[in-house]
Design a protein around this ligand. Sequence first.
Ligand code: F3S
Length: 399
Amino acid sequence: MQLSRDEEDILDGKAGNAAAKSMKILAALGEIYGAKRLIPVTSVQVAGVSYENLGDAGLEYLAELAVDGRVKVLTTLNPAGMDLKDWRKLGIPDEFAVKQKKVIDAFSRMGIVTSCTCTPYLAGNLPAFGEHVAWGESSAVTFVNSVIGARTNREGGPSALAAAIIGKTPEYGLHLSENRKPDVHVRVDAKITGLSDYGALGYVIGKSAEGRIPYITGLGVIDVDSLKSFSASVVTFGAKPLFHIENVTPEARAFKQPLQTIVIRQKELDDAYKALNDEGDVVDFVSLGCPHCSIKEIAEIADHLEGKKVNPKVELWVATSRPIKVLSDERGYTKVIEDAGGKFACDTCMVVAPIKGRFKSIATTSAKACYYSRGRNAMKTKIGPMEKCIDAAVTGKWS
Ligand code: F3S
């Protein structure tokens, strides 16, 4: 990859240690993927924020970068391992909180907005169509590539941070128009409504379009919450972090429908629900907000919970970003949810928080949450519509 004179100087340490380390990462990535040059990015989303994933080695790396590293573009953070204000309420140990706060402090010293959400596009980091960005977090990457039409590869924690410090990323992969073409047509011949249906559909399409970019037809108008649920699921189960949906996503018109067609019928959807729902009907954990809840979803949760009480044997989490929580506070939704016994999990979620071993069985609207709750946290999983999950929180049973 060709570096400019200025970029060579940065690599040689003339702009400090953090910038040199960052340039080294970007240059190595560019070489590996055959990029010809670095291109400017307008925003960055950094994943790998939970101390649970970083450990002491990650914390040391961040502390070293924070000595002289400063970000050049708007940079936001993925969820941390705890609610940064109310971690004790979620049962997070104080020793973990001390380390997690050090992680957040290091990011903050670098000039990063410590928003800690996987839906940064709902909380102040919203690129426009065609912008080049460097984002981590698979669901957010898939959402901005597909729904917004911004361009990003799926960055790891160090490469996203390097892009933030340099303000550039190597030009390869999904930054290039020729790599954004769909390579399989998926026709949906089933009725899809609501978050869990879109999660289940993402499961089916992710598996059948593994490693490819699907061009999807047969769906009508889709709301943003369903699109974020689908974005999270389709990439988790194997597709590339980009999809096109006829009459919905902005680049669908730019490409011809690929020749190979896969048809998804109700049976495949029903099979997806079966695959994501484990045996047994007892639920001890209900977690909503994967990806993080919008204000519309929180309104829906409050509406379903009004006048009810969460079963004392069940813990109910509502995962969202802090800015959305402020709106929820102002509208009175927080009070309704907390009066019923629900807990807000701001800045975090059921996957990146250190909860392994605390719960046996989770109910959720999210196929991605099922995948990671099984794999990382050894829980049994139940997926269904919001109302069904809230019923499970109240009764402790999946019916
Ligand atoms: Fe977000 Fe956590 Fe789900 S980061 S997409 S809520 S696994």
